[in-house]
Write a protein that binds this ligand. Structure first.
Ligand code: SF4
Ligand code: SF4
Length: 111
């Protein structure tokens, strides 16, 4: 199981970035639960907990670096859907480093 999805034992990005998105995602096919969001501008919402000095999304379950999950995974907003492990701009590893986790270096095998 150790060669599986690294996100299942990480969660660092959910406790590092502000997760903001167009407010319409609450009413789109995503149906992001409004009760877990807060407005950050006239057109944008953010996941509660991510717009603070030490971010941690309200929907993140478990401890970063341990066994984690997203309590609204089927309804997560677009930034979460687009964010990737093994990304090319290093955002994933920046989040991991901030939580003392080693960088992901092995590229996944293409499907
Ligand atoms: S920081 Fe990277 S490895 Fe960790 S949960 Fe986010 S995308 Fe996955
Ligand atoms: S909604 Fe889920 S995937 Fe997105 S930041 Fe929160 S816990 Fe992470």
């Amino acid at each position: 199981m150790s060669s599986g999805n690294p996100c299942l034992t990480c969660g660092a990005c959910c406790a590092f970035f502000r997760v903001s998105f167009y407010w319409g995602e609450i009413h789109s096919d995503f149906l992001v639960p409004e009760s877990l969001t807060e407005p950050v501008s006239p057109a944008k919402m953010a996941m509660q907990g991510t717009n603070q000095t030490q971010p941690r999304c309200i929907a993140l379950e478990g401890e970063v670096g341990g066994c984690v999950s997203c309590s609204i995974y089927p309804n997560r907003p677009s930034p979460c859907r687009e964010f990737e492990a093994f990304d090319t701009d290093g955002a994933c590893n920046r989040a991991r480093a901030a939580h003392g986790l080693p960088p992901l270096e092995v590229q996944p095998i293409a499907a």
